[in-house]
Design a protein around this ligand. Structure first.
Ligand SMILES: [Zn+2]
Length: 676
């Protein structure tokens, strides 16, 4: 448990732009900052951060919140864990009380796995530096490869002893077998658990925010049938496809330099750091995936790929680059001298020379590909036309039309083919791609598409406002579901309008009585809802009302701040959404004449006079929606009773009807509406 004062200190220190910059490169736009959303796939930024308001909001997928919400959402962690992450970042000491056994149990599986990884990471490092075996084998290996001690420490490299030592040590430290297996630190055979990484030097793999999600271990002995490198298997924490090695150490330099170097292996990254080049990441020895590209794109639009000099490597590497182009990333390519990889080359150079070499030898990717393939096809016309198509395939995926034009011009010269011909080839390829995309969309999702669909669904779930009457909706007969859906939507909108003024202006004075006492907007609404016994069904909406009731009369209460930084992350996320959302006003209230049934989005009026008009109006609208719902439900019950020849119920229902219709008429009158 973290004390309230500490939470307040964390909120006060954690400037939203500072927190989010660790995950996304933000650019200034007016009073706000803008970047690529980390929660959905996009090529142009709709993810907005407002330093003044202390909130973020994505206009693409709807995610919104404060600094703590961001960490929770991004790291998929609990509220407490997000606070701990921020406290660590801002050097705020948290004095927590001991957790009870139940609380320990309640810690999520993810958190337990992170704890175990963190522990194992320290244990591997301890073995490297403090044990004889570690120093004689592991440390000796790194030093012989020319890695300096400060770099070994920077990358937290470690050593795993050549026996099942981790398993016993973790057991003594009271870690569960389950987590040892789930993190992949141990495997299980008929003879029991064994250390996956025994006898290897260890490279921890960090998330972008610096949490250990996995390990890579390199074997030192020559052994047959054993891979040189072993990686943690995919787990709840780790997907090999989604991480970029070195990103957590590189991200600041990437943002500063405005570009990133992409290399193949972990040792390449480490050696380049040692040479003084820090904006470098590795795909971890596999072909680049779309997830890794998306992750990288959040930090930069400029990527330079460093290739080993040998031809086989180059051709293999060409694959996958179209995915980078598709994202709108500017790609440059550097070929290292024959026989060198970034690791070996970096160890012979200092940063200045290395960067100079890169600057002298980097080529634009399309030009590089064109020259390379043309050389292969020399004197072979069939192969040559193949080359043209291949290159135009790369050009066709570039999202920016102007960039595309430039390439077509360029290639026309290199390939000696007219621009018109190339342009029509690009158009043709784009049409084929569009058709394929159409087909893919109309097919039921299978296999590979599953994760994408999950992502979309997850996003959609978050955009949808909580429905007001989830329970009653389940009770209603299936054939009326659609009508009540529309009613629910309308009602939900009305409720959200009320909540919006409450969260923004709950503490404002709405009017002053003759005796000089005042009534706040919050007080006015709460009293009015109470008088009509209106209780919101959705737990989150109800909580907002309850919290307001509890704190409204406190000295210096500010509704917006109170809800925005509320201890319950669900409340703060909803509040941020309500604060940043434009307010939907119907045509009746709007001062300009707008055709019927059109809702307009406008800034919520904020001055006292306008609020005095607006608030009663919003309450009438809410009540009208509620009455309409009741009338509908009455009609349905009547129909039901009629079908069952239940005369007694019918009479009873019919007696209720006039009263409801009467209230509806009054509400319509108050709203200045014709009665439908
Ligand atoms: Zn988004």
């Amino acid at each position: 448990m973290i004390p309230r004062e500490t939470i307040d200190r964390i909120y006060a220190s954690a400037h939203i732009e500072d927190v989010i910059s660790d995950y996304v490169t933000l650019r200034k736009r007016g009073a706000n900052l803008i970047g690529l959303c980390p929660f959905h796939d996009e090529k142009t930024g709709s993810f907005t951060v407002s330093p003044a308001k202390g909130i973020y909001k994505c206009f693409g997928c709807g995610k919104a919140g404060n600094a703590v919400n961001f960490i929770m959402e991004y790291e998929q962690c609990s509220y407490t864990d997000a606070l701990r992450t921020l406290a660590k970042k801002y050097n705020i000491e948290i004095q927590e009380r001991e957790l009870t056994d139940e609380e320990k149990q309640a810690q999520t599986e993810r958190e337990s796995m992170f704890m175990l990884n963190e522990w194992a990471n320290n244990w591997f490092r301890h073995n490297l530096w403090e044990t004889e075996e570690g120093r004689n084998i592991g440390l000796k290996y790194f030093l012989e490869r020319g890695i300096r001690e400060d770099i070994i420490k920077k990358f937290c490299l470690g050593y795993s002893p050549d026996r099942n030592a981790l398993y016993s040590a973790a057991h003594s430290a009271k870690f569960d077998d389950k987590y040892l297996e789930n993190t992949g630190l141990c495997g299980k055979s008929e003879r029991g658990y064994y250390d996956r990484f025994k006898g290897r030097v260890m490279f921890p793999i960090y998330t972008v925010s610096g949490k250990v999600v996995a390990f890579a271990g390199r074997i030192l002995k020559k052994q047959e049938h054993v891979g040189k490198y072993v990686n943690s298997p995919d787990s709840l924490l780790y997907s090999k496809q989604k991480e970029l090695y070195g990103l957590s150490l590189a991200k600041q330099t990437i943002a500063k330099k405005g570009c990133c170097y992409l290399v193949e292996g972990q040792m390449d990254v480490i050696s380049m750091h040692q040479a003084g080049i820090e904006n470098v990441v590795s795909s971890g020895g596999t072909a680049l995936t779309k997830y890794q590209i998306r992750l990288l794109h959040r930090f930069t639009e400029n990527v330079t790929i460093l290739y080993d000099g040998d031809a086989a490597g180059i051709h293999a590497a060409l694959r996958g680059i179209d995915m980078l182009l598709e994202q709108g990333i500017n790609i440059k390519v550097v070929l290292l001298p024959d026989g060198e990889d970034p690791d070996s080359f970096a160890r012979k150079q200092n940063a200045t020379d290395f960067i100079q070499f890169i600057q002298d030898h980097q080529q634009d990717f399309i030009r590089f590909k064109t020259n390379l393939l043309l050389k292969d096809a020399e004197g072979d016309p069939v192969k040559r036309s193949e080359v043209v198509r291949n290159i135009m395939e790369s050009v066709a995926v570039i999202p920016d039309r102007i960039t595309q034009q430039i390439y077509i011009k360029d290639c026309s010269r290199l390939l000696d083919i007219s621009e018109e011909t190339l342009l029509s080839e690009v158009k043709r390829l784009q049409n084929i791609a569009a058709e394929q995309e159409q087909k893919r969309r109309s097919q039921p999702t299978t296999g590979q598409n599953v994760s994408k669909t999950d992502e979309v669904q997850a996003n959609e779930q978050n955009v949808t406002a909580p429905s007001v009457y989830p329970d009653s909706r389940n009770d209603s007969p299936a054939d009326t579901l659609s009508t009540s859906d529309i009613e629910d939507k309308k009602l939900n909108e009305n409720i959200q309008n009320i909540l919006q003024v409450l969260v923004r202006y709950g503490d404002r004075t709405l009017y002053t009585n003759e005796d000089g006492t005042t009534c706040s907007l919050g007080q006015y609404i709460l009293t009015d809802l109470d008088n009509d016994q209106i209780v919101f069904q959705h737990p989150l909406y109800r909580k907002i009302i309850e919290e307001l009731r509890l704190h409204l009369n406190e000295e210096g209460f500010c509704a917006e701040t109170f809800f925005k930084y509320h201890i319950d992350p669900e409340i703060s996320a909803l509040a941020v959404n309500l604060i940043s959302e434009k307010y939907t006003r119907s045509k009746i209230y709007g001062k300009k004449s707008i055709s019927e049934n059109v809702n307009v989005e406008v800034e919520l009026p904020s001055d006292e006079d306008e609020l005095t008009d607006l608030v009663p109006h919003l309450l009438y609208e809410l009540k009208l929606a509620l009455i309409n719902r009741q009338i509908d439900s009455l009609r349905m019950q009547l129909q039901h009773a009629q079908e069952n020849n239940d005369e007694e119920t019918m009479l009873q229902l019919l007696r209720q009807q006039p009263a409801l219709e009467q209230i509806k008429r009054m509400l319509c009158l108050a709203l200045g509406r014709r009665i439908k």
